[in-house]
Ligand binder design. Structure first.
Ligand code: DQA
Length: 144
């Protein structure tokens, strides 16, 4: 079972960007741990990051015939992108929305998520550990 882990804008700077909010681990560190956790669960993960909305949408479309599930941290597009919501709505498998920070404790503009309308599960506030939790939970969802 293949699972896509998609990361949106600015997450390439993870570990260097506002570490007091997002922590010191890089996206590469996180990806390495997700690959390991996925292996223990019998899953394969494909992990991608883009700063471009259209690129994320194209990957969500690709997932339609390639991936069983999607884990997505859409970054700030969470709060702005009906287009990403629509792309996820055209995907048939489970979707987990993930935020490193506890968005509801932050600025008001981070409290609303378009993506949550489609997400089966939302994880927020676990720091980067949320990615491993998402992989574990995705395994559960895919087992039915
Ligand atoms: C984020 C939260 C968003 O509000 C923010 O724009 C991000 C990261 C998180 O992982 O906590 O870029 O999705």
């Amino acid at each position: 079972n293949l699972v896509y882990i998609l990361n949106g804008p600015n997450l390439n700077l993870l570990g260097r960007r506002e570490p007091e909010i997002y922590g010191a681990d890089t996206l590469e560190d996180v990806a390495g741990r997700c690959t390991e956790v996925a292996k223990t669960e019998g899953l394969t993960v494909e992990q991608r990051q883009s700063n471009h909305e259209g690129q994320l949408i194209d990957w969500i479309h690709d997932a339609r015939d390639k991936a069983a599930g999607i884990i997505i941290n859409p970054g700030a597009y969470t709060h702005t992108s009906i287009a990403i919501l629509d792309a996820l709505s055209a995907f048939g498998g489970p979707v987990i929305e993930l935020h490193i920070s506890q968005v509801h404790r932050r600025e008001r503009f981070r409290h609303h998520s378009y993506v949550s309308r489609r997400a089966d599960v939302v994880i927020a506030g676990c720091g980067v550990h949320g990615y491993e939790l998402a992989v574990l939970h995705m395994a559960k969802l895919l087992q039915g």
